[in-house]
Design a protein around this ligand. Structure first.
Ligand code: GMT
Length: 376
């Protein structure tokens, strides 16, 4: 199949999912065209089936806001015609589903018809899309998609609750490429760079937005380090990072917390990690938690959104109400204080991650694509 994938090219989960999906589809022989404003961070272009087309938005002084949707829909039209693309798969409703629909209409005008699949990722529904300024356009473009998928049952429920959706929504969970998780003990990232032999390593990875409840992470760690030697790895960058650094200073634990910034070596850090923290306000899925579990790392998370579909309470980690940092810290200590308990949780985390192996999930997308093309 010849498929165009539209996504955000950044470190965010939706871009990572879209990129990994496209790369695996390319390995399976499909022709994949990524269409976005810069090369996706995890995109390696060494596969003859992978193409990347950049959307350029020329600056013009009259425009206070540069019209990205317009440039994207025009680029889609051109690329569909040039490469005879058979299907559009847009990740994140805003503005991709809207631009995709416009492209379809323009192509229809020239006698070219192709289906569009929209995958909802979370904040496009629960945070941004739900805003009254965007809601009519988001509702419209979801309803105008030929197929809609969501990354968890919880996100599907939220979408149906928040929007008047006429389409069926198919749940296809996010995935992980287990084979790719490198277990090379000689990897250049040595444990001693992060912690001493007797210290537990605790990690958080995100885009440091408010929804991640970064101060909760610091407070949970503060409680943990009071009862055992430990270090906290904070990986990623975003608006809450500076405040987090200040809080570590205030609590006197700045020498126990390492702020890495954005990293392409997430697997290496996770393979040395004992526990992952994700106390988010909401998470449609929690891809970062799954990435940790795939490296055999148990997870302490909140119980909101799709997190209970990924992290199993008392098995791969523990879940608590949003903001209950005392319970989260107590559960973390329960897992970390005993090697045998920790090893059991580590094994369980890996076991749960296997359920989300790309090998089990990708055929669901392939089947949907085939149906969409055949039906059209
Ligand atoms: O979590 C973020 O802020 C990034 C956001 C995104 O759009 O990339 O992540 C969302 O999509 C991911 C991939 O499907 C999910 O794993 C995340 O849970 C979801 N984030 C939220 O719902 C807050």
């Amino acid at each position: 199949m010849k498929i165009a994938i539209v996504c955000y090219p950044t470190f965010g989960g939706s871009g990572v999912v879209a990129t990994e999906l496209g790369l695996e589809l390319a390995r399976r022989g499909h022709e994949i065209h990524f269409i976005t404003y810069s090369q996706p961070v995890r995109l390696a272009l060494l596969n003859p089936n992978v193409h990347y087309h950049e959307v350029n938005v020329p600056e013009y002084p009259l425009f206070h806001y540069q019209p990205y949707e317009l440039a994207l829909s025009s680029k889609l039209v051109d690329m569909v015609k040039l490469y005879k693309i058979e299907l559009l798969h847009v990740h994140y409703a805003i503005p991709h589903a809207y631009a995709g629909y416009m492209a379809k209409q323009m192509l229809k005008n020239e006698g070219i018809n192709l289906p569009m699949i929209t995958t909802l990722h979370g904040t496009d529904i629960t945070l941004v899309g739900n805003h009254p300024f965007y809601k009519p356009a988001v509702t419209f473009s979801i309803n105008k998609s030929d197929y809609v998928t969501s990354v968890s049952q919880s996100l599907k429920d939220d979408t149906l609750k928040l929007f008047k959706i006429k389409n069926k929504i198919k749940v296809i969970p996010n995935f992980i490429e287990l084979d790719k998780v490198k277990k090379d003990p000689l990897a250049p990232c040595h444990r001693s760079v992060m912690a001493k032999e007797n210290e537990r390593i605790i990690t958080h990875i995100s885009n440091f937005r408010k929804v991640k409840r970064i101060p909760d992470i610091i407070k949970i760690f503060y409680n943990i380090q009071k009862v055992m030697p430990a270090k906290l790895m904070m990986v990623g960058d975003g608006p809450e990072k500076e405040k987090a650094e200040a809080l570590c200073m205030e609590l006197g634990i700045h020498d126990k917390v390492i702020f890495f910034g954005n990293s392409n070596e997430i697997d290496k850090i996770l393979l040395l990690t004992d526990l992952f923290l994700l106390p988010s306000e909401t998470e449609s899925f929690g891809l970062a938690a799954l990435e940790a579990m795939a490296c055999g790392v148990p997870v302490i998370s909140s119980n909101s959104g799709g997190l209970p579909e990924v992290n199993f309470d008392g098995y791969s980690g523990y879940l608590s109400n949003v903001g209950d940092v005392d319970e989260m810290a107590a559960n973390a200590i329960k897992i970390l204080k005993d090697d045998a308990v920790l090893n059991e949780f580590k094994a369980n985390a890996l076991e749960v991650a296997k359920k989300f192996d790309i090998k089990n999930i990708l055929p669901k997308y392939e089947a949907l694509y085939q149906r969409a093309i055949d039906d059209y």
